[in-house]
Design a protein around this ligand. Structure first.
Ligand code: AMP
Ligand code: GLY
Length: 424
């Protein structure tokens, strides 16, 4: 099979790394890819959101399957466009992508379809929204910009003042552009978060092993949110009982609702859950693989990834049952200091070759923001690398992953030392 992956981060490197091991693969391409991906796939210089050029290229190259990594091309309608041209694609249509593309849409659908989620109110007027905050006097409240904001549109405010500032930034300053036309003001939930990803053909589901992301920049979950600073899989908090409830109370109603609406959802549904002793709720849905959750989940997959993605894209997942290793896996993200704010690029990265030739077959290094400059590997983003390790128990996997992370050097390299602390 001739496969194109759209995207160029750690998630896409992980998918490329796994797909490259498939005996069914004939050629693997990635647009735009990155320095690490170029070792396993041919990188194509087309941006992930240039969906017309991607379609043209895929037609010319007779691509059999396109796997879409990030949300932006999905919201722009890449799956609709490809399918209209007879190209097979793993990713929902643009209507289905609204689940991630609009918080307002997503919350309304959750309410309509009876999916457990935090109570909320929607506003398109700053003064009305501000007045509503008085109800949260003395307590926490969550403010969400309506559209895509690269993971930065949500503020968990400690009280009305901080919430008002968030409202002002979103609705008046337009910090996230058009995403500031509407906001969701939501009750704050407490508990532990877990990410549950399910591959679907629109009717059948293959739920992947659970994982837990670490969104905050600082240890102990302190400081501003990032795209994700590390993840581990499985998350022990996701019990068999919770898995059963998630399937019947979250995934099934969602798929039924989509079927009724005529949404063509062939791809992955990512449910971000908040779990406490007596309840569970959906915090958010994404319509793509999580990053860095994918870097912790996919290395645990024993069977071939390609038949799973291809069957979902074909619309027939019935006979697919992937096999998974019991070994837990941990991914630690190495970032440029300053991230998620301003950071430097172009810093020389050392230590990867030595790690990769060490013969340790329980680690993998996934590139996120890297580039080749005059043949040398340099930093090119906020999140630079994801180092994943797996082992017979979580403690061993944690020791292995930090042993490896400590051997990678670049100026201003920052990573959290407490990934997986909750499960340990
Ligand atoms: P979202 O993009 O909606 O997942 O929000 C990003 C992050 O904000 C989540 O992963 C949570 O850590 C936090 N968050 C979102 N909604 C809530 C809520 N209702 N209560 C508490 N934390 C929340
Ligand atoms: N790790 C969070 C996300 O992929 O949205």
């Amino acid at each position: 099979m001739r496969v194109l992956i759209v995207g160029g981060g750690g998630r896409e490197h992980t998918l490329a790394w796994k797909l490259a091991q498939s005996p069914l693969l004939e050629s693997l391409y990635c647009a735009p890819g990155n320095a690490g991906i170029s070792a396993v796939a041919e990188c194509v210089d087309i941006a992930a959101d240039d969906i017309d050029s991607l379609k043209q290229w895929a037609l010319e190259k007779k691509i059999d399957l396109t796997v879409v990594g990030p949300e932006v091309p999905l919201v722009l309608g890449i799956a609709d466009l490809f399918r209209q041209s007879g190209l097979k694609v793993f990713g929902p249509d643009s209507k289905g992508a609204m689940l991630e593309g609009s918080k307002v849409w997503s919350k309304r659908k959750m309410k309509q379809w009876g999916i457990p989620t935090a109570g909320f109110t929607i506003f398109d007027d700053f003064d009305d929204a501000r007045s509503h905050l008085a109800r949260f006097y003395g307590g926490q409240v969550v403010i969400k910009a309506d559209g895509l904001a690269a993971g930065k549109g949500v503020t968990v405010a400690s009280g009305p003042e901080e919430a008002e500032q968030a409202l002002y930034d979103i609705m008046i300053e337009r910090a996230f552009g058009e995403a500031g036309e509407r906001v969701v003001i939501e009750n704050c939930l407490s508990g532990e978060e877990v990410s549950v990803l399910a591959v679907t053909d629109g009717k059948n589901l293959v739920v992947l092993p659970s994982s837990q992301d670490h969104k905050a920049i600082g240890e102990g979950d302190k400081g501003p949110n990032t795209g994700g600073m590390g993840a581990y899989s499985p998350a022990p908090i996701y019990t068999a009982e919770l898995a059963r409830k998630t399937e019947t109370e979250v995934f099934r109603p969602l798929l039924n609702g989509f079927l009724e609406m005529g949404v063509d959802f062939r791809g992955v549904i990512y449910a971000g859950l908040m779990v406490s002793e007596d309840q569970f709720n959906v915090l958010e849905f994404n319509v793509r693989f999580g990053d860095p959750e994918t870097q912790a989940i996919i290395p645990r997959m024993q069977s071939d990834l390609l038949p799973l993605l291809a069957a979902a894209a074909e619309g027939d997942l019935k006979d697919i049952e992937p096999r998974w290793k019991d070994d837990p896996a941990v991914c630690v993200v190495l970032a440029s200091d300053g991230y998620p704010g301003k950071y430097e690029k172009g810093r020389l990265i050392e230590g990867i070759d030595a790690l990769e030739s060490s013969g340790d077959d329980k680690i993998a290094i996934f590139h996120a923001g890297t580039a080749l400059k005059e043949g040398r590997l340099v930093t090119a983003g906020g999140r630079v690398l994801g180092v994943t390790a797996w082992d017979s128990d979580l403690q061993k996997a944690v020791e292995r992953v930090y042993g490896a992370a400590d051997q990678i050097k670049f100026e201003g390299c920052y990573f959290r030392r407490d990934i997986a602390h909750r499960a340990l």
